[in-house]
Design a binder for this molecule. Sequence first.
Ligand code: ZN
Length: 317
Amino acid sequence: LPLLHRYVRVRKETLGLDDIHMYDLYVPMVAEFDRTYTYEEAKAIVTEGLAPLGEEYGKILREGFENRWVDVYENEGKRSGAYSWGVYGSHPYVLMNFHGTLNDVFTLAHEMGHSIHSYYSDAAQPYVYAGYKIFVAEVASTCNEALLIRHLLNRTEETQEKRYLINHFLESFRGTLFRQTMFAEFEAAAHRKAQEGETLTASALGELYHKLNEDYFGPEMVVDPEIDYEWERIPHFYTPFYVYQYATGFSAAVAISSRILSGDETALAGYKKFLQGGCSLPPIDLLKLCGVDMSTTKPVDEALKVFGELLEEFCRL
Ligand SMILES: [Zn+2]
């Protein structure tokens, strides 16, 4: 948490605020780049960024791009957002609503991560073992994002662009690792109260949520009373014990991407086995194939170290 407290402090200073409120977290610290990308450019950037995953991965990626796996643009009656879906026996499909922002480029890398995970598992596993479990569901997608950010940071010398990119990644960390862990704590505490026979009232849950926001965001943050109601609008709380896996999956993905970028051949070979694994092994064992042991604190510690380093680089720039 000290790292998150420091992030809040840096954000407050960068935005030039006297007081920082929760809603100030959602403003970019660097004025939005008016740079936009065509879909052709986005495909090229994603292909370059994922090159460290090897030739075979690149081939599957191109196969997807060239064979219309992706429904790219908005259309009448089309739903919003983005996701990857499919059925066993056919290649996966990606739904996108591409507008050409940097975020959209990351979304393309993310969703193709899901698709290629499905593609590998479907090819290697019988139907019953092909679907992957939620504990590993966001690993391949987030690993792609982590590789892409490294690629984009390496290819620019422009300070503002670097700061913008780091801001983007720090926000993913905050939203995925810190925030979802806070959600998980809230959820565990609420279930505990119920088990102990306490009456769950909206005000008691609001109080619990308020306190967690104070602990997580630290002394600089002004935690307004309105935030007490935020838990009510988080749809994932209606699916018990779902949120924690964003934080564990993100940590595992950051660890895997660092190992792959260090040029470790065994990491890449292990990662391919993981992608092919579906649910043929328990999730913890699947991740051990990539050299990541989620039964220890190491992957989380390492991910937090990356957060700290990027925060320092942001300040330096
Ligand atoms: Zn995803």
